[in-house]
Ligand binder design. Structure first.
Ligand code: NAX
Length: 329
């Protein structure tokens, strides 16, 4: 049997953590034969640590065959010790009346500290997935802080957005979601993200050919995917948790289980200049996992509408980078 891998989860007692941990421990992320050691980080407050202990008790009570053991800590150096994967979920939520730039500035320092700890204590093959918002820019901050870790090990999550787009297209076309493939989100995980109806396929054809309603594709489809997080908050009184955890399970699963040539997933990775996205930004691209790592799939065509939207979301990423410039050392 395989040796266990070490997986750190930050904000482990939060909403997403609660939905995520059972899915990792049951093998849905790393496969049905891969034991895991969960290294769970929470804030050093009594309430957070008590909640974390409660979560760990429930994981014990599931008696997951693949859950080798757990580490519960509020010390980043302990949490990231020898980890193969660091899942950075925890961050401060946006408070009432708080501007996006304030949130970026408040959360940035967390990712400096975590990036350094990953650098100093992570396993030689450590890989990172950032969920805590603004996830692209937080991933950029952690990447800069982890000087010795290759940049391409840092990713941020647009897989929830991809899955949302898949569901919307399937519903509109009246087909099962399995008919929708190559679903693609470009840019920032924010309200400027770009769901691609040209390269996403329904029944193997361009979604934009199967769904001929241009107004819907460029209007309601866009806004529904972009605003889905807000719609969930309005309906539930709480932000997406089960679907966010599902997105992260899929994100990591598909990075460690390679795709066939010609296939891709939406993953935020450091740009190499592909598609006119300046190098030095972490942006969502068509990414194909390979046995060695991953590659950004080349040669996709965009129409004028998508190209303009991609330029706009990249502009937002650049502005976010400027806001945290002092954290990029
Ligand atoms: P919760 O507030 O339920 O949980 C966050 C947890 O993180 C809390 O338990 C808190 O104590 C802990 N925490 C905060 N700062 C920490 C630190 N420095 N170290 C360790 N733990 C820390 O939020 P939840 O609903 O779980 O969401 C977590 C993050 O995911 C938020 O930033 C949210 O914006 C982001 N999201 C990202 C999504 C994406 O697609 N990329 C979608 C869902 C979600 O909104």
């Amino acid at each position: 049997s395989k040796a266990p891998i070490r997986v750190a989860v930050t904000g482990a007692a939060g909403q997403i953590g609660y939905a995520l941990l059972p899915r990792i421990a049951s093998g849905q992320m790393f496969g049905p034969d891969q034991p895991v050691i969960l290294q769970l980080l929470e804030l050093p407050m009594e309430k957070a640590m008590a909640a974390l202990e409660g979560v760990a008790m429930e994981l014990d009570d599931c008696a997951f065959p693949l859950l080798h053991s757990m580490v519960l800590t509020s010390d980043v150096n302990v949490a990231f010790k020898d980890v193969n994967w660091a899942l950075l979920v925890g961050s401060k939520p946006r408070g009432p009346g708080m501007e996006r730039n304030d949130l970026i500035k408040e959360n940035g320092p967390i990712f400096v500290g975590q990036g350094k700890a990953i650098n100093d204590h992570g396993a030689a093959d450590v890989r990172v997935a950032v969920v805590g918002n603004p996830c692209n820019t937080n991933a950029l901050i952690a990447m800069h802080a982890a000087k010795d870790v290759p940049d391409e090990r840092f990713t941020a999550m647009t897989r929830l957005d991809q899955n949302r787009a898949t569901a919307q297209l399937a519903a509109k076309a009246g087909v099962a979601s399995t008919e929708v493939s190559h679903t693609l989100i470009w840019g920032n995980h924010s309200a400027t993200q770009v769901p691609d109806y040209v390269n996403t396929r329904i029944g193997g054809k361009s979604a934009g050919e199967v769904i001929t309603d241009r107004e819907w594709l460029q209007g309601e489809f866009f806004t529904t995917v972009q605003q889905r997080g807000a719609a969930i908050i309005k309906a539930r009184g709480l932000s997406s948790a089960a679907s966010a955890a599902g997105g992260l399970v899929d994100h990591v699963h598909d990075l460690v289980h390679p795709q066939a040539e010609g296939d891709w997933r939406s993953v935020c990775v450091p740009s190499d200049g592909s598609y006119g996205v300046p190098a030095g930004l972490i942006s969502s691209f068509p990414v194909r996992a390979t046995a060695k790592g991953y590659e950004i799939v080349q040669g996709l065509e965009l129409d004028d509408f998508l190209r303009a939207r991609l330029d706009a979301t990249v502009g937002e990423l650049q502005r976010e980078k400027e806001v945290v410039a002092d954290l990029l050392g």
